[in-house]
Write a protein that binds this ligand. Structure first.
Ligand SMILES: [Fe+2]
Ligand SMILES: [Fe+2]
Length: 286
């Protein structure tokens, strides 16, 4: 299919899910240098279903609290604000994922885990390389593969064929998508991010996360963070992206971020240590 036609098709789809409003508010808040932790808290407490999930998690056996946690103030004490922010992101973005139908050969639950593992990896790498905004890094990981959701909505049969082809030929899923459709989920994700009016810094990272060798130089850090975190979650076998190919950590990305392989491996170890806690949050926020 002609790329410009595909882009028009995607942009004019009325059945596409919209950006979860909470996620939109959180992105704006994280990108605004004048916003405070209180602003983020205000966003979260205004969303009833997130508030309920937060209380569920705070009361779960995992946190071993003897007494019933019945309000958000107590939940902040038990869980810490970072965990609450993560629940907010998982729940709001999970709403976007839940609109997907099942596609043969593509496991949505595993894909959702891949998304969360990539988000956590991205934040871990960001803190190792002293990236200016670790929360933004988390969002980069969370949205990096959103184009797959678009493909499931708009080109389901072709996406299923690309999944099959990737498995049969042991090639990366985005390459199979290029062969079947003439474009891939990274480009499509970029189109949707643009339609959603996300900041360029996020849109570009989504669009170029499989193109570590050609991207707008102004967004080098964000593209490279996304490239490396995608690899980290795949190497850790934390979830399944749907692609049978797992690359080695990209040397260009490591160099651009001034990260040694030892630092990368250390971040991966941390991801694996955090896995039980992340899976617990994941299950509680479904
Ligand atoms: Fe991808
Ligand atoms: Fe991915």
């Amino acid at each position: 299919m002609e790329k410009s036609v595909a882009r028009q098709t995607v942009l004019s789809l009325t059945t596409l899910p919209t950006l979860p409003s909470v996620l939109h508010a959180v992105v704006q808040c994280l990108e605004d240098p004048n916003s405070t932790a209180k602003d983020l808290k205000d966003i979260i407490i205004n969303d009833q279903s997130i508030a309920v999930k937060v209380l569920n998690v705070a009361n779960s056996a995992y946190y071993g609290v003897n007494q019933q946690v019945s309000d958000l103030r107590q939940a902040v004490v038990v869980l810490g604000f970072d965990v609450i922010r993560d629940i907010c992101l998982y729940v709001s973005f999970g709403r976007f994922f839940s609109s997907c139908r099942n596609v043969e050969g593509f496991d949505l639950d595993e894909f959702w885990k891949h998304t969360i593992a990539t988000a956590v990896s991205c934040r871990l790498i960001a803190s190792k390389v002293n990236y200016e905004n670790p929360e933004r890094a988390m969002i980069l990981g969370l949205i990096h593969d959103l184009g797959k959701v678009v493909l499931i909505h708009a080109f389901q049969a072709e996406f299923a064929m690309a999944c099959r082809q990737a498995q049969q030929q042991s090639i990366a899923l985005h390459i199979a998508e290029q062969e079947v459709l003439g474009f891939d989920h990274a480009e499509v994700g970029g189109w949707l991010a643009e339609k959603w009016d996300l900041p360029d810094i996020l849109t570009v990272a989504v669009e170029y996360h499989h193109k570590a060798d050609s991207f707008p130089p102004a967004y080098q850090s964000e593209v490279m963070l996304t490239v490396l975190s995608d690899t980290m979650s795949k190497e850790s076998e934390f979830g399944d992206s749907g692609s049978p190919v797992v690359d080695k950590p990209n040397a260009l990305a490591l160099r651009a971020l001034n990260m040694t392989l030892a630092d990368y491996e250390a971040a991966k170890e941390e991801l694996l240590e955090m896995r039980p806690a992340i899976e617990h949050l994941f299950q509680s926020s479904m």
